[in-house]
Design a protein around this ligand. Sequence first.
Ligand SMILES: Nc1ncnc2c1ncn2[C@@H]1O[C@H](COP(=O)(O)OP(=O)(O)O)[C@@H](O)[C@H]1O
Ligand SMILES: [Mg+2]
Length: 400
Amino acid sequence: MGVEVAVEGLSKSFGRQAIWRDVTLTLPAGEVSVLLGPSGTGKSVFLKCLIGLLRPERGSVVIDGVDLCACAERDMYEIRKLFGVLFQDGALFGSMSIFDNVAFPLREHTRKSETEIRQIVMSKMDMVGMLGAEHKLPGEISGGMRKRAGLARALVLDPQIILCDEPDSGLDPVRTAYLSQLLIDLNAQIDATILIVTHNINVARTVPDNLGMLFRKELVMFGPREVLLTSDEPVVAQFLNGRRIGPIGMSEEKDSATMAAELAHQAAGHGDGSGHEDVRGIVPQLEPTPGLPARQAVRRRRARVLQILDTLPESARHGIMAELSLEDYERYQDWRRRTTGMAMPQPMPQPMARRPLPPQPGPAQQRPPQPGPVHPNQTTPLPPARRPRPWRRDDQGGRG
Ligand SMILES: Nc1ncnc2c1ncn2[C@@H]1O[C@H](COP(=O)(O)OP(=O)(O)O)[C@@H](O)[C@H]1O
Ligand SMILES: [Mg+2]
């Protein structure tokens, strides 16, 4: 299983230019996370800090008990072996065949024989659907294939943490969809911790278990995907819907006078060409291709998220409950009864999306009465099991 990456209070600047400050988040072991952010917000810088290529001024990045921001070179070297990185452009050597590109880390960092190397390279090429292209040069294959070759190379040292820097950049929507599926399939097969930074909304909506956003030099939020996807934060709404009107400007954030003028224009009927559709909301997460094992992360995440359910905003709670199977819902109710020592308060948010089929004649009918249906738009207050807390960006339950 992949390893957890715990980032705490991380700040990075170049000279007097602050890139982001006080970033705190945990990438739960073996789960897929996406970090969104407008261009230039420091997503690539963040990835480089995670692998120790850049040194943040403050904060810690703890992996396997080692703080990358304060460790010796030797420890850093060992920790780096846990990583596989897919760079934005694939970063392949143009004069080397795909085979040699993928084999490169093995020849550099291991003493494996050429026979072993061939076996590993071919298995990774197979994993990313590139068998047959090993003799081509990077310039002879499409952008999507170059990404996949970059991914194969990121995989040869069997990483436990995979970082992908805008894996969708330069790809058309169909190839982006294939790559998204590939990342989910990969997670199902090797259970590695995956972090994808991107500004692609479709990737953000369909791929991750956890979702966050960098904006205005800060982490706006990070946590279970349902929180950001249902968020009312203006910056999140603007970004997810790709609107011009909102706090995000062409180069930087907008000042309040510009915002007010835009809102006045909008009220007067001048739109920003983006239409009125709001794509916020929870859509089904991609599942592994049939025939592959189920993602173990899904089960672990469910247990983790249900434990912090009371700390999440209502819309996210409802979304999470809606994704539960009836069995999980009942298990959760049991768990709540045991941990709170109380009978289950009613009404509770119900599992909505995956309601079971009508009961079939036979033993299934002997199940206890099921909770009644709740209209998806109906909001039912969730009685707190503990003292309720507003959801904060560091409330991910990954730690402590
Ligand atoms: N090595 C560096 N030295 C100085 N400034 C840098 C360096 N790397 C990145 N930056 C600056 O950091 C900011 C964020 O860059 P980047 O992480 O590439 O953004 P993103 O990946 O979100 O588009 C940019 O303003 C960029 O110019
Ligand atoms: Mg970048």
